[in-house]
Design a protein around this ligand. Structure first.
Ligand code: MN
Length: 228
């Protein structure tokens, strides 16, 4: 065993519905994966290849926990998403085989400092500080695919303070979960513990301190997070 000179970082984990904990390795996110959201962000939603960005695993915020309003922004946006939890790693995974690599699914919020992200876009700089900041990734418990199967359609919705802001259907994903896994595994070798935030539908908007976000993915579950 290595003689660590500082304490090693703790393993981040997400509770599994029904018991146990899912240890998290990396957090990948898909950009512009619902056409209507791509349009509202000023992009052409035609089937351009999916693209990815990442958040650190310690950016996760567990269900029902508060999320502190982050520094350096005046435009914190919610993005309601279904999260895919990878149970079996691999590279160059085929679309047909992709589901066998999924451990389960969760509800997630890809919180975004939109002003910082927009500035980065304008200047051709990385999105990391707009996307991968502290506490930027609320997530619900993970539900095993062995229990619920692989949701390909069904409501995905977010309410802020009881009012619906985002509503769509999983069938509106431009790149399905299987296609996303296949594509991403051609860029990097996926590993057990990886999470993939699969993209957000239209209706992203700013939240402020005191707002309560409540999301649902039909067949997966619910998420709740308050901005403090
Ligand atoms: Mn997103």
């Amino acid at each position: 065993m290595a003689d660590y000179v500082i304490p090693p970082p703790a393993v981040v984990s997400v509770p599994v519905a029904g018991g146990g904990a899912f240890p998290v390795r990396r957090v990948f996110c898909v950009g512009r994966n619902y056409a209507a959201h791509a349009r509202e962000m000023g992009s052409d939603p035609d089937r351009e290849p999916p693209f990815f960005f990442m958040k650190p695993s310690d950016a996760l915020v567990l269900n029902d926990a508060d999320m502190p309003y982050p520094s350096q922004t005046k435009d914190l946006h919610h993005e309601m998403e279904m999260v895919v939890a990878i149970g079996k790693g691999g590279k160059d995974i085929s679309v047909a085989d992709a589901r066998s690599h999924v451990y389960g699914y969760a509800c997630g919020l890809d919180m975004t400092r939109r002003d910082i992200q927009n500035q980065a876009k304008k200047e051709g700089r990385p999105w990391d500080m707009g996307k991968g900041f502290d506490k930027s990734a609320p997530i619900s418990a993970i539900v095993p695919a062995a229990k619920i199967g692989h949701p390909g359609k069904g409501l995905i919705e977010l309410k802020v303070n009881g009012k619906v802001t985002q509503t769509s259907d999983l069938s509106m994903l431009i790149w399905s979960v299987s296609e996303t896994i296949s594509y991403l595994s051609g860029l990097v070798e996926l590993a057990p513990g990886d999470l993939i935030y699969s993209g957000t539908p239209e209706g992203v908007a700013a939240v402020k301190v005191g707002d309560v976000m409540e999301g649902v993915v039909e067949g997966v579950g619910t998420i709740r997070c308050r901005v403090v």
